[in-house]
Design a protein around this ligand. Structure first.
Ligand SMILES: [Zn+2]
Ligand SMILES: [Zn+2]
Length: 254
């Protein structure tokens, strides 16, 4: 599996881009950063867009992606998530008010967006991947994912506060090469992290220790750009060699 990190920050500002991973050139995990970095020939290859939740920093480029695909001709993407999230997108985004209803454009039968509903806590095959959503703790309905290919893969918390089910799964799940985890705020802002459904490094480390995950590599994501230096400094002081920040533009192979 090849994972291109198109965006991995908790805001889209200047060069910092919001959450989006391109897997094997054909599947997006969240769609915060698509059309601003990929060329048309790369957009044509996208077959599936797996969505964690409906906050705009995770879905905003979906609207430009589907517009471009329609303009280029006959291309279709499968929009993949649990029912609750697909319903929010249909009712509040592709509703002919914020954006045209691309689930019936250019026609009902050949629509550019096909909705693919998956079930919480169950694996579903999406292209060459096995995908399992886990309900997270956030301010809106949000799922994290286990993403695997041939029994090996990674876990992604998406945006989350403390979420027992995710960490219990992480402790027992086989074939997990690394975990991408939300660390949005510095330790001094733990209260804001909790009310906004995010984590600090201290909160993450508390889970790593409690669930005995010290041998698992952690890649931290969703750092608010304004706190980047502070969080990197905190990390350097904590003596945790299994944790590093995810880097925008990097490619990870599993
Ligand atoms: Zn969010
Ligand atoms: Zn977010």
């Amino acid at each position: 599996m090849k994972i291109d990190v198109l965006g991995c920050y908790g805001n889209a500002i200047g060069e910092f881009k919001s959450t989006c991973f391109l897997i094997d050139g054909t599947t997006l995990l969240d769609a915060g950063t698509v059309t601003s970095v990929l060329k048309d020939h790369q957009l044509k290859e996208i077959k599936h867009v797996i969505v964690t939740h409906t906050h705009l920093d995770h879905i905003k480029d979906l609207v430009f992606l589907v517009d471009e695909l329609v303009m280029m001709g006959k291309f279709t993407i499968e929009l993949v998530s649990v029912k609750e999230i697909l319903d929010i997108i249909s009712n509040n985004l592709f509703n002919n008010r914020l954006w045209p209803d691309f689930t019936v454009i250019p026609s009902y039968d050949n629509a550019v967006i096909k909705l693919k509903e998956i079930i919480l806590n169950e694996y579903t095959t999406i292209g060459n991947l096995s995908v399992k959503p886990i309900l997270m703790t956030h301010t809106v309905y949000c799922v994290g994912y286990i993403i695997k290919n041939n029994g090996k893969g990674f876990m992604f918390t998406s945006d989350t506060g403390p979420t027992k089910a995710f960490w219990e799964t992480a402790k027992t799940e086989k074939g997990i090469e690394f975990i991408i985890a939300d660390v949005s705020f510095p330790n001094r802002m733990e209260e804001l992290a909790r009310v906004s459904g995010h984590m600090t490094l201290n909160m993450l480390i508390e889970h790593i220790d409690r669930y005995e995950l010290n041998n698992v590599p952690f890649l931290i994501t969703h750092i608010k750009p304004i706190f980047l230096e502070e969080i990197i400094h905190e990390l350097s002081q904590m003596g945790r060699p299994n944790i590093r920040p995810l880097i925008q533009g990097e490619t990870i192979h599993i």
